[in-house]
Design a protein around this ligand. Structure first.
Ligand code: SF4
Ligand code: SF4
Length: 195
């Protein structure tokens, strides 16, 4: 990682040869900038990276709750775009691709589950909450087996580097849960991330 600290700024020099290594050092960057309250500035040389730009934005939000809000909303937007563009659950008449094969009477995909019933936020087969990251992240084994579709928590740099193991578990497993509640859980588990 090539950087210098000058006038309360950490200036990062990024080129095609060091870009991957630089991203892999994000936890170190967070630690350095948070400890000394430095603003992160990136000087690109012949390359650009959306991941690094998102990392920079998150690092420069110094209030923890505001930073988590940014991360949560940004990752949800990425997931929404993917779901919208790829339409991998292929709902038809409220029945998803998996249940068309396994049990065509089962409507609403995984928003309704045996034993658990129907999610209270599902009204007229539409999700009225729209902010549950765990639901957006979830892909069932059928999707992986039949279509090679899988999402993992560490696929997203803002989650991979900014949260510890407990927080990742919270993000991945808080199904059917409004963002405000997830945010409280994240802040309550805000102990240091290891490099
Ligand atoms: S993740 Fe699987 S079970 Fe859930 S809606 Fe999509 S295809 Fe259906
Ligand atoms: S919160 Fe999750 S389970 Fe509930 S309706 Fe929305 S996507 Fe479905």
């Amino acid at each position: 990682m090539n950087y210098k600290i000058d006038n309360n700024k950490l200036i990062l020099f990024v080129n095609k040869d060091n870009i991957d290594k630089t991203i892999s050092k994000t936890k170190k960057l967070i630690r350095l900038c948070d400890k000394k309250n430095l603003e992160l500035v990136i000087e690109y040389d012949g390359v650009k990276s959306e991941d690094l730009d998102m990392i920079k934005t998150a690092i420069n939000i110094k209030n923890r709750e505001d930073r988590y809000n940014y991360i949560y909303d940004t990752v949800c937007k990425i997931l929404d775009d993917r779901i919208c563009n790829e339409n991998y659950c292929e709902f038809e008449n409220d029945v998803c691709i998996r249940f068309r094969k396994e049990n065509p009477n089962h409507k609403n995909g995984c928003c309704e589950w045996k034993g658990r019933g129907k999610c209270k936020y599902l009204i007229d087969s539409v999700c009225t909450m729209k902010t549950c990251m765990a639901c957006k992240l979830f892909t069932c084994p059928f999707l992986y087996k039949e279509k090679g579709i899988r999402q993992r928590i560490n696929d997203y740099v803002l989650i991979k580097y900014f949260f510890n193991k407990n927080q990742k578990y919270i993000l991945e497993c808080s199904f059917w849960t409004p963002k405000e509640i997830v945010m409280k859980r994240l802040l309550a588990n805000n102990f240091n991330i290891k490099e």
